[in-house]
Design a protein around this ligand. Structure first.
Ligand code: HEC
Ligand code: HEC
Length: 459
């Protein structure tokens, strides 16, 4: 991603927030643990969405494409050695990871990072541990070509497949009506379509969320309260997939080869050593843990969060600093985490097709807004409010960080690049909008934050 030179940040230290660094961002709530009120609040917070998120218009989902993607995913002929498929490193039975601390590439050498899970990526705005790829289509080309991973130039692979009658037929089924269906683009689109079907299976926890009290044991239910409350896990592992898709330095000790993660991608020192929050669905199958595979067990993960955090300037306020969980609380927490993983004998959803209802139609165009000379947007609770705004050409957009965590506001479109740099709580970003158009601003650290901006001549 580019670092915009034309960005202007007027860091007006406007309001001083009552910032309690280290306190949980999301307080546990007033409901008593285990009370009916708490049950209701938690059930609302962790309910599964009705279907996957909208699918990119340039790659509409079809079962045939996903089927081709599945075949490609498991086929070792995609690698230079002919022995390594995507599934070598992303094994379904291991939660789409490989059981290694660091992945091992086509030439046998260790890569820099651990193979991450592929569950629930349909919702991920940015991919890789450091978020350097936007969207599944952009991601898929990378591992095939990366020398250490599969070591295969994509164009050579595509040429080889185009010469093979079997592959030609498979591509023709997935892309009917195209005279030359075996293309690089079609290969990537098929893999991305298959990846969209990887939605983690329902577990007992979902049954509880849907109202079945007995689906969790009392200990597991207590563990949920610990997770959501005193342990502060839900500050980042939030919602049904247990991720906010954001990037944090959680204070892991530095390994032999320093890995700065999100920082270099954003060009922001404050984001150094930040990595993406992984889903906790199916996590029990995925040891060892973290981007560097440095933590062998769930117990080691808890040891890290409780007492193992290395203090660094970039630690986010979302990360509780002095976590003190009792031994029974920890046992409850582990019991709860196991309920997010399907049982060992559960059949894997080998070809789970998103239901037809997920072919979400393009949203109706938003009603026109009247452009104003000065628009002001809030960011409290890691949300732009309002989520849409219209600024008159030459007018000013003010984005106030009235939140309790730092943001990094960006517009990264072909027509306009803007970058606030680090925007600490209390700072207001002031942008004069001189180019007419429609833009989306997002936060580089919490990329689920999205602000639609329309810049137009006054009507
Ligand atoms: C040699 C092992 C290896 C192979 C083979 C491999 N991957 Fe990966 N994959 C990785 C590693 C390691 C990462 C993380 C790299 C990073 O974050 O810098 C990754 C990341 C990903 C991601 C991003 C996940 C996320 O959480 O953002 C996706 C998607 C993915 N791989 C899909 C594939 C597909 C599809 C193939 C086959 C075309 C494939 N991988 C082949 C090791 C591998
Ligand atoms: C500040 C946000 C934040 C908080 C709070 C947090 N996590 Fe995490 N978690 C992350 C990030 C980011 C990673 C990946 C870090 C890395 O690899 O460098 C992670 C990784 C993990 C992993 C490893 C997953 C994998 O696929 O390797 C587990 C398990 C986990 N967290 C559980 C928890 C539990 C349990 C708690 C509460 C005690 C918790 N987390 C609190 C952000 C957070």
């Amino acid at each position: 991603m580019r670092r915009a030179a034309d960005s202007l940040l007027a860091g007006t230290l406007a309001l001083l927030l009552a910032l309690s660094i280290g306190a949980a961002v999301r307080p546990a709530g007033s409901a008593d643990p285990g009370s009916a009120a708490e049950d209701a609040a938690l059930r609302a917070a962790y309910r599964r969405p009705a279907g996957p998120p909208p699918i990119p218009a340039e790659n509409p989902f079809t079962a045939e494409k996903a089927q081709l993607g599945r075949r490609l995913f498991f086929d070792p002929s995609l690698s230079a050695s002919g022995t390594m498929s995507c599934a070598t490193c992303h094994e379904p039975a291991r939660g789409f990871t490989d059981g290694r601390s660091l992945a091992r590439g086509n030439d046998g050498r260790e890569l820099r990072r651990k193979s991450p899970t592929l569950w629930n990526l349909a919702w991920a705005p940015f991919l890789f541990w450091d978020g350097r790829a936007e969207g599944l289509e952009a991601q898929a080309e990378a591992p095939i070509e990366a020398h250490e991973e599969m070591g295969q130039p994509l164009d050579a692979l595509v040429a080889r497949m185009a010469a093979d009658a079997g592959w030609r037929a498979a591509f023709a089924t997935a892309y009917p009506g195209q005279p030359q269906p075996v293309t690089r683009e079609n290969l990537v689109r098929a893999i991305a379509s298959w990846e969209r079907t990887l939605i983690s299976p329902r577990t007992r926890f979902d049954a509880w969320v849907e109202g079945e009290d007995a689906a969790l044991t009392p200990q597991e239910r207590r563990g949920l309260s610990v997770f959501h409350g005193p342990a502060g896990c839900a500050n980042c592992h939030e919602g049904w997939a247990f991720t906010d898709h954001a990037f944090y330095d959680i204070g892991l000790p530095e390994g032999r080869a320093p890995d700065l993660g999100r920082g270099p991608v954003l060009g922001l020192e404050r984001a150094d050593r930040a990595f993406k929050t992984p889903t906790l669905r199916e996590a029990m199958r995925r040891a060892p843990y973290m981007h560097d595979g440095s933590l062998p067990t769930i117990e080691a993960v808890l040891d890290h969060y409780q007492g193992g955090v290395v203090d660094r300037p970039g630690l986010p306020p979302e990360l509780p600093r002095r976590l003190s969980l009792s031994a029974p609380q920890r046992a409850d927490l582990v019991a709860f985490l196991t309920t997010l993983t399907s049982p060992p004998d559960a059949p894997l959803p080998v070809m789970a097709t998103p239901p037809a209802a997920t072919q979400v139609a393009a949203p109706a165009p938003n009603p026109a807004m009247t452009p104003v000379a000065r628009a002001r947007v809030s960011q409290r609770g890691r949300q732009f409010a309002p989520g849409r705004t219209a600024v008159a050409m030459g007018g000013v957009l003010e984005i106030a960080n009235d939140d309790n965590t730092a943001h990094n506001i960006r517009i990264d479109s072909p027509e306009l690049t803007l970058n606030s740099g680090i925007q600490d709580p209390g700072q207001t970003v002031t942008w004069r909008m001189t180019k007419p158009g429609r833009y989306v601003a997002f936060c580089g650290i919490h990329p689920r934050m999205r602000l639609e901006i329309e810049v137009a001549a006054p009507r």
